[in-house]
Write a protein that binds this ligand. Sequence first.
Ligand SMILES: Cc1cc2nc3c(=O)[nH]c(=O)nc-3n(C[C@H](O)[C@H](O)[C@H](O)COP(=O)(O)OP(=O)(O)OC[C@H]3O[C@@H](n4cnc5c(N)ncnc54)[C@H](O)[C@@H]3O)c2cc1C
Length: 381
Amino acid sequence: MRLTDEHAAFRASVRSFVESEIDPHADAWEDAGIFPAHELFPKAARLGLLGLERDPQYGGEGADHSFQMVAAEELGRSDVAGVAMAIGVQSMMATPSLAAHGTDELKRTYLAPALAGQQVAAIAVTEPDTGSDVAQLRTRAVRDGEDWVITGSKTFITNGTQADWLCLLARTSDEGGYRGMSQIIVPTASPGFSVAKRLDKLGNRCSDTAELSFDEVRVPVANTIGETGRGFQQQMQQFVIERMYAAYSAVGSCERALERTRRYIAEREVFGRPLATKQYVTFRLTELQARVEMLRNHTMAVCEAYLAGEDITRGASIAKLTAGRLAREVADTCIQFHGGMGYMEETWTARFLRDSRLGSIGGGADEVMLQVLARLDGLPA
Ligand SMILES: Cc1cc2nc3c(=O)[nH]c(=O)nc-3n(C[C@H](O)[C@H](O)[C@H](O)COP(=O)(O)OP(=O)(O)OC[C@H]3O[C@@H](n4cnc5c(N)ncnc54)[C@H](O)[C@@H]3O)c2cc1C
């Protein structure tokens, strides 16, 4: 896949947005444990960042997925992963199903304001008792006339305290396992909905993460996204896009970390000479750079396959697995070559190490990616 001058110009504008609208506030937002999504998202929307691939009819940009890839890479270069993740939730995790399967009415009411950055969206799948095994989720939506009555709880929900609406996955029939689930839009202003707890985290600290409670929350059946009972399948498709977001942004974050570390070793002297003269150090960074470029080649190939309408489950699982592991290795190596300074909170490496750790857990742990891949290889995983 060849990127064009148009991609390069777009990349430059996203980089400038990150450098002017996100990075200067990174420390303050990290300390606060939250960033002001309702202030930042309209600015992101003005650049088209929240609806790149969406239909212009609902305020989207009508661009193709390759621009989403470029945006995610650039967001990954930010000083702070939490904001990038929140923007990723809004654009690539909570809204793709609605855009693909929602009714015109639902899209006008929920998608359009989300694309404009006026409303904050969250994706609510994980529950206190089940994360990796989505088929075991227990939150129930029981039909009463023209309403769903929802009871249950969700946890680790990104944008959870600031969200105006959730793309909720709930059980809508007594069929077990992956059958009988539906995706339902739940406005957080609904009576019976509450934020049970804002969660304190190792990294991505400026992204608000919450446990959510549903006590007989009543929403119209018309808020169902797509087909009732097909929620699991629709969510699996949405997860595939989510996993690509994780991989694209890891490419950006790793590239920037390696650039910064190359600069550091050129300046830092040990035993009377720049650290960069130590072959072990340069070879190690060079090898990691090569692996990041391999990952980028893979993510670009998956992007191309997606644009061609192919099933990218396998490619996305490989991308997510590789990105999660590589980002951890890059973060650990960068901190190592910064020595004691790398361990200091004042150096970018400390936050990067904490933020990077999520890649192998969130949106499907490494082992879940391996399970998907083993099954595709015909193994009894
Ligand atoms: C910061 C953060 C933000 C998140 N944001 C969201 C969000 O916005 N919306 C949402 O719905 N969820 C969100 N999550 C939840 C996330 O997707 C889950 O944490 C993840 O899917 C793992 O589920 P779990 O935590 O229940 O771990 P578990 O399912 O309890 O698994 C624990 C560990 O067991 C291992 N494991 C799991 N399955 C297998 C297997 N088949 N074979 C071998 N080993 C296995 C893995 O190492 C895994 O990490 C977020 C999580 C975090 C930490």
